[in-house]
Design a protein around this ligand. Structure first.
Ligand code: ADP
Length: 588
């Protein structure tokens, strides 16, 4: 229990650290807002007490003064309320973006192999959710301490000052409210537990019916109706369960109202009795009586905040903190040596949560400036090997040195800044064509436009007015009011982006599946020219592209089956020559 509240404390302290001035002002105005309520009560008491004096012939000023104070107190109360709202409105985006930024920075420090672990991805998602919920719940808890608690303390002091017996009022207010909230919470969390899995399923069905990525297949195969029916069934079930809980809630709520009315009558009797006994003045009677509804409302709000979903919120914040606190291994700095190429020494690698090794003891030296093609069947381990050669993954055993840097020991940044890569699952950035290509650039000291035209020519991307009405400034993607492109065009853009970046090593991991084999062959020919002097690794299962390489590595089940030039491998008559013969017709 204690730990649960500690997570809120940490988040609230963080709010003060991120924006000390604004958070302090927000709290201060909240306290003043709470004080404003009591001040209004006090002024109301004085005003009502002055009326009999006025009737008995006292001058008008006896009532004017408390009236003036009442107006001032009301204005003060409203100003404090507005200023508190203003500060939280401005505070929220600032603090939320700071929390999100912390997650993004943390995520960027996490090793890429962790992104292959479902439990890590789950943790990341939960951390992201934890920010919104956590901040919301922490600000509620903060309000409890800066507004509700001061309000009820000041109310207690005020009632005690009128008559100690009136303190009982606070008790009469809180008892039914707390009882009501506890029952309500139990009732709805039971219903929510039953509804949650159905809601997850209906969310998914909704996606299948409406989401762009499903629509081609679901329309053609006529699956829409099936999922629509599942969606409707789910919604009906959710409504039934909610209705059952609502009905139960209404019955219990009615019973609880009786409790509240009982408390209300108790307060009234106590006030009337104190008035008759002359323990309190008519002014105090009126001021307290007029504020009872407000006291109930505030007590209910405060209890709802605490009882509500505080456990769930605490878990959300815990998720956020667990992610932020993930350990990071400090790595050495190192300088990349262009003359060293890539060396693999007895490299073994397996994916997290798998029993079998994907790469099984590979040793290899790639010379600087050499073009190497890695070929093999699907699942042979080509992409995995490429990721090891880029330092994205580190080996379980053995060493990978890239530009002389040990990928396990050196900060990955030192390696990445000399590399470029285009993957099969390259990204479509929803920005302009120019940004899509230059986004990865790590050098701005050249003529951008000349280089842009040059790489587009090399990637065989035709920047004509039909496809790109605003040339390089054309916005890509219709979501942002731009144009849609074919798969082949997106692939060429991805390749242009890869070669635009200044690099010593480049990896092309089959980014050409949407380009026909002959075009692809020509493109690789071009690629060879521009990668002159750079280390290039081409992964492909189409051997027309592999021909241009200085050496071809044939990978099979995570080990090197053969290695040599195209001619050497053809002459050997092994797996490569067999694959080549099968594919020869593509190029005829
Ligand atoms: P290729 O590029 O030759 O098609 P990959 O390197 O993509 O082969 O995959 C090699 C093997 O590793 C395959 O058996 C594949 O199932 C497995 N593999 C790839 N990615 C993962 C992953 N994220 N988690 C577990 N296994 C994986």
């Amino acid at each position: 229990m204690k730990k649960k509240y500690l997570v809120f404390r940490r988040m609230i302290f963080d709010m003060f650290r991120i924006s000390p001035g604004m958070t302090t002002l927000y709290c201060l105005f909240d306290v003043l807002h709470a004080g404003g309520y009591i001040l209004v009560m006090l002024c109301t008491e004085k005003l009502f007490d002055s009326v009999p004096l006025l009737a008995a012939g006292s001058p008008l000023s006896v009532s004017l003064r408390p009236l003036l104070f009442l107006i001032m107190a009301t204005v003060f109360f409203e100003i404090a309320n507005s200023l508190s709202n203003f500060h939280i409105e401005h505070l929220s985006p600032k603090i939320l973006s700071h929390f999100y930024k912390r997650i993004y920075i943390k995520a960027s420090h996490i090793s890429p192999i962790d992104y292959e672990r479902p439990e890590f991805l789950d943790m990341l998602n939960k951390a992201l959710q934890g920010v919104e919920y956590g901040f919301f719940a922490s600000s509620l808890i903060l309000i409890v301490f800066t507004f509700y608690v001061p309000y009820f303390i000041l109310l207690g002091v005020y009632l005690q000052h009128i008559s100690p017996i009136l303190i009982l009022i606070v008790l009469l207010i809180f008892t039914p409210v707390i009882l009501g909230q506890v029952i309500r919470f139990r009732l709805f969390s039971e219903a929510e537990d039953a509804i949650a899995p159905i809601r997850r399923a209906t969310d998914y069905y909704e996606q299948v019916v409406c989401n762009r990525k499903f629509f081609k297949e679901t329309r053609i195969l006529g699956i829409v109706n099936h999922f629509m029916q599942l969606y409707q069934d789910g919604v009906i079930l959710i409504n039934q369960k909610t209705l059952t809980a609502e009905k139960k809630h209404i019955r219990i709520d009615a019973a609880l109202r009786l409790f509240t009315i009982g408390g209300y009558i108790g307060i009234l009797l106590m006030l009337v009795n104190s008035l008759i006994q002359k323990v309190i003045s008519p002014g105090a009677f009126s001021a307290v009586f007029a504020s009872v509804n407000m006291m109930y409302a505030l007590a209910e709000e405060m209890v709802t905040m605490f009882s509500g979903q505080i456990t769930q919120y605490a878990v959300s914040i815990q998720n956020y903190h667990s992610f932020i606190d993930l350990p990071e291994n400090a790595k050495e700095e190192g300088s990349f040596d262009k003359t060293k190429g890539i060396t693999l020494d007895n490299v073994h690698f397996s994916y997290p949560n798998t029993q079998t090794e994907t790469i099984r003891g590979i040793s290899l030296k790639i010379q600087p400036g050499e073009t190497v093609a890695i070929v093999g069947e699907n699942g042979a381990g080509k992409s995995t090997l490429a990721k090891l050669m880029l330092g994205l993954y580190v080996p379980d055993r053995g060493t990978v040195r890239i530009g002389g840097l040990d990928s396990e020991k050196v900060a990955s940044r030192c390696i990445y800044q000399n590399c470029a890569a285009v993957f099969q699952d390259y990204q479509h950035y929803l920005t302009t064509l120019e940004e899509n290509i230059t986004i990865s650039s790590n050098n701005s000291c050249y003529n951008k436009l000349v280089r842009l035209n040059h790489v587009c020519e090399r990637a065989k991307l035709l920047v004509n007015s039909d496809s790109f009405p605003q040339g390089f400034s054309t916005m890509l993607s219709r979501e942002f009011g731009g144009v849609d492109l074919s798969g082949g065009q997106w692939q060429r853009i991805a390749i242009a982006r890869g070669i635009f970046r200044e690099h010593d090593i480049i990896v092309l991991d089959e980014p050409t599946s949407a380009i026909d084999p002959i075009e692809e062959s020509l493109m690789y020919q071009n690629f060879k020219e521009i990668s002159e002097g750079k280390t290039a690794i081409i992964i492909t299962h189409r051997l027309g592209a592999a021909r241009i390489a200085d050496r071809i590595i044939v990978l099979k089940d995570g080990i090197i089956d053969d290695i040599g030039t195209h001619e050497e491998l053809i002459n050997k008559g092994g797996v490569y020559s067999e694959m080549y013969r099968t594919q020869a017709q593509w190029y005829e």
